[in-house]
Design a protein around this ligand. Structure first.
Ligand code: SF4
Length: 315
């Protein structure tokens, strides 16, 4: 059973869209300042984080006030800014994982050297009119295919408990497995329980029953053997009952969950004890899995640092 000790840097909450379930977005916040970036990096170092999770609204680089700030701060576009923050995290000894929504292959290739992995949720195979055009299923699938071609170790997953049926959950997982069968880039998938946050205008639906969870996990094992299943324990209180099929608890931080601030994590020690009580040992991993730490998937600059992490773990 694995987890990643992480801290989140929000490059901006600003987003051009207004998805009904979103409790993340803002309009005029602007970009993460250099001072705040350095403060979070210091906090990460002091708290022993390995993963720096860098996130933003969906393609904020198209918003006029963001374009203006990028130009004022000397960046050609948003990806150059994201690359700089990733590079600075890497210099500080952290392992950056990026989640900036849908990106093109060219954009992914640009960011790849400074990020050990990236991610984007599929969420569902159904389009919702209350969600951003950028969230349309065809675009998400195209973004994931682009990540596969760009050889980016990738995380995706589905959102559950927001009004979907079990049939649509299984269909969504099947689509993810199909994409993975073409590229091999998925290292894990999340089955992420929807939690409304302040600002969300979408009520929680019925969460999957334990047997529905078991059915999804069994199906995933059959369709994509070896690709880890993650359930964030701060979002699904019944995670312990699913431990027999679960591989990973995802990023855990002493700091705020920036996407679900209403659901802070417990101390890692508590998760360790609850896993141990079920005969599972909780161990730390990096945002890039061992399965994707090869030259094929990981830029050469990361090879030594990633190997050192695993050698220390084994010792
Ligand atoms: S869910 Fe993503 S795309 Fe939709 S409003 Fe929130 S940040 Fe923007």
């Amino acid at each position: 059973m694995t987890y990643s000790r992480s801290i989140t840097l929000v490059l901006t909450h600003d987003c051009p869209w207004h998805c009904r379930y979103c409790g993340f977005r803002s309009d005029g916040e602007g970009l993460l300042s250099d001072g705040e970036m350095e403060r979070i990096i210091r906090e990460a170092q002091q708290g022993g984080a390995r993963e720096a999770l860098l996130i933003s609204g969906e393609r904020p680089g198209g918003m006029p006030h963001i374009q203006e700030e990028l130009a004022r701060r000397g960046y050609g576009d948003f990806w150059e800014f994201a690359n700089r923050v990733g590079e600075r995290c890497a210099e500080a000894g952290l392992f950056p994982h990026g989640n900036f929504g849908r990106m093109t292959e060219e954009e992914l290739v640009r960011l790849r050297p400074n990020f050990v992995s990236m991610g984007m949720m599929l969420e569902s195979v159904r389009d919702h009119s209350e969600c951003a055009p950028e969230k349309k299923v065809a675009g998400r699938i195209a973004g994931m295919e682009a990540a596969g071609r760009a050889k980016v170790p990738f995380t995706s997953g589905i959102l559950v408990g927001w009004g979907e049926s079990q049939a649509s959950r299984l269909q969504s997982l099947e689509v993810l497995a199909e994409i993975h069968s073409k590229h091999g880039h998925l290292q894990e998938i999340l089955i992420q329980r929807y939690v409304p946050n302040a600002g969300s205008r979408w009520s929680a639906g019925v969460a999957p029953t334990l047997s529905e969870y078991a059915e999804m996990m069994q199906a995933w094992r059959d369709w994509a053997p070896g690709v880890a299943i993650q359930i964030p324990p701060n979002l699904e209180p019944r995670w312990v009952d699913l431990l027999h099929e679960l591989d990973d608890l995802g990023g855990i931080s002493w700091a705020r969950d920036e996407v679900n601030p209403s659901r802070p994590w417990e101390q890692v020690g508590l998760y360790e004890k609850r896993c141990e009580a079920k005969g599972r040992k909780l161990v730390e991993r990096l945002p890039v899995y061992q399965s994707h730490s090869t030259r094929e998937w990981l830029d050469v600059r990361w090879q030594e640092r990633v190997s050192r992490f695993w050698e220390e773990k084994v010792l």
